[in-house]
Design a protein around this ligand. Structure first.
Ligand code: NAD
Ligand code: UGA
Length: 465
């Protein structure tokens, strides 16, 4: 099958960067990314590359190279579907907020809408690719919709989950550990698997392109995220033991990471994992396990979330108890709001919960984040509905200058591991703070000896020394 046109429904954190890289690496294929969100599409088309809706190191130059050549962003969803031989579905699959499975199951309404739209529009055979993260066996539902509502064209469904991490999306896409494609072993299924494999083979070594059956592929994505999140919760659970015993979590992580069976990556203790996916995907996994009556399996994975909630709560508790059991009226500076460095994404960021907790204690918070804008920070807090948006704006200020954010502060808390925080003039920050000046390092990135020499009272997640 000769592929000339592909489209991707959903121009978000996954759809945008993924398709930009495919377009860059496959100049012979037209790639159209469509979305119903007009503002998002306008931002992808913005002349000024600083205004792209997703910030990822290296993404701007790829968009610059391919946009208008064979990469297009559009709101004309029907047209793009009709024109394409392959359609990626990369829409959001958030946790359900209503009805059965509320707070746990994945909300598949956007996926179903896409399937119905593809069925309505398509007049020729198509390959439909699940790029979004989905509960295992979703392909069966998509297939049923496509086969029962379409114009009797043939649809082949592939699962091709995305493993990129934000902040490193471009590198992850250019040099993936693996590309996973699940498909059926029928002749048409094999043909579809080959067509998608051939696209990736333009830049990914073939031995890194793994093909499986559809269910293994769907479940592998949830499994990978569950294992990664479990590592973070495991190291965070150990960080609390370190604080009680005088051990240091960085030293423990290094010691265990040198065991090649454990490996050194993803062992950084933190104020808790965030991001749009770990929590939602584990909740989804827990829901799936429960729906098969696998209660012990469900409880096992749920613990990963419970430890994460605990980690965020105990960080704000530590700040309150250290500041003499009251933060009422005290200024606390947050350095960082994004859920990790090198991204402007704040979804499920630990900073949101920690701020909410401290605001409930009547603290006054000043925030500085190199990439997150004030509007986003207020919208994150308003979404919780803990207090009115007016109160949120009164109690929390957002600054464009980190030194200003720290001015006259009682304490600085590091919520995101942005590199620039390490190289700040900490003496200058100290001189302009209330005394004693406290630093709560929720990411373990600052130099304890240096800060203590300046005069700070320094606390680091996972260090009892
Ligand atoms: P996102 O919210 O950034 O983007 C989704 C986009 O889909 C939105 O712009 C929305 O307007 C659009 N959309 C929704 N319904 C639509 C429809 N019917 N027609 C056209 N457009 C529609 O989400 P995301 O972060 O890109 O995640 C997408 C999927 O990829 C999710 O399933 C997620 O779990 C998965 N995933 C995300 C990441 C990540 O790092 N963010 C990594 C791997 C996998
Ligand atoms: C994660 C996975 O790493 C990707 O493979 C996956 O595709 C993606 O989820 C997804 O499905 O959305 P992402 O959430 O973008 O990617 O970022 P991570 O680097 O995994 O970090 C997640 C959270 O864990 C961040 O808050 C980070 O600070 C935290 N973390 C990570 C730690 O606290 N310690 C670590 O050692 C690693």
């Amino acid at each position: 099958m000769k592929i000339k046109n592909i489209c991707c429904i959903g121009a978000g954190y996954v759809g945008g960067p993924t398709m930009a890289v495919i377009a860059q690496k496959c100049p012979h294929i037209n790639v159209t990314v469509v979305d119903i969100n007009e503002d998002r599409i306008a931002a992808w088309n913005d002349e000024n590359l600083d205004n792209l809706p997703v910030f990822e190191p290296g993404l701007d130059s790829i968009v610059k190279e391919a946009r208008g050549r064979n990469l297009f962003f559009s709101t004309e969803v029907d047209k793009a579907i009709d024109n394409s031989e392959i359609i990626f579905i990369s829409v959001n699959t958030p946790t359900k907020t209503y009805g059965k499975g509320k707070g746990m199951a994945a909300d598949l309404k956007y996926i179903e809408l896409c399937a119905r739209q593809i069925a309505r529009v398509s007049k020729q055979d198509k390959i439909v690719v699940e790029k979004s993260t989905l509960p295992v066996r979703t392909a069966a539902a998509i297939k049923s919709i496509l086969n029962n509502t379409g114009h009797h064209v043939h649809f082949e469904i592939l699962s091709n989950p995305e493993f990129l991490a934000e902040g490193t999306a471009v590198n992850d896409l250019l040099m993936p550990d693996r590309v996973l494609i699940g498909g059926e072993s029928t002749p048409k299924g094999k043909e579809a698997l080959k067509a998608l494999t051939d696209i990736y083979a333009n830049w990914v070594p073939r031995e890194k392109i793994l093909t499986t059956n559809v269910w293994s592929s769907e479940l592998s994505k949830l499994t990978a995220n569950a294992f990664l999140a479990q590592r973070v919760s495991s190291i965070n659970a150990m960080s609390e033991i370190c604080e009680k015993t005088g051990a240091d979590i960085n030293e423990v992580a290094k010691a265990i990471g040198m065991d090649s069976r454990i490996g050194p990556k993803f062992l950084k203790a933190s104020v808790g994992f965030g991001g749009s996916c770990f929590q939602k995907d584990i909740l989804n996994l827990v829901y799936i396990a429960k729906s098969y009556g696998l209660d012990e399996v469900a409880d096992y994975w749920e613990q990963v979330i419970l430890i994460n909630e605990h980690q965020k709560q105990r960080f704000s508790d530590l700040i309150v108890s250290t500041l003499y059991n009251t933060v009422s009226g005290k200024k606390i500076t947050f350095l960082g709001w994004a859920f990790k460095k090198d991204t402007n994404d704040t979804r499920e960021s630990a900073a949101i919960k920690v701020a909410d907790s401290l605001l409930s204690e009547q603290a006054k918070i000043s925030v500085y984040d190199p990439k997150v804008v004030a509007k986003q920070i207020y919208s994150d807090l308003d979404y919780l509905k803990t207090r009115s948006s007016e109160e949120n704006r009164n109690l929390l200020q957002v600054h464009k200058d980190p030194y200003e954010a720290c001015n006259q502060s009682h304490s600085v808390a590091i919520l995101t591991e942005w590199d620039e925080f390490v190289s700040y003039d900490w003496q200058r920050i100290y001189d302009n703070m209330q005394k004693p000046a406290f630093v709560f390092d929720g990411r373990g990135i600052l130099n304890k000896t240096e800060l203590e020499r300046i005069g700070f009272v320094y606390y680091k997640i996972g260090s009892g020394a």
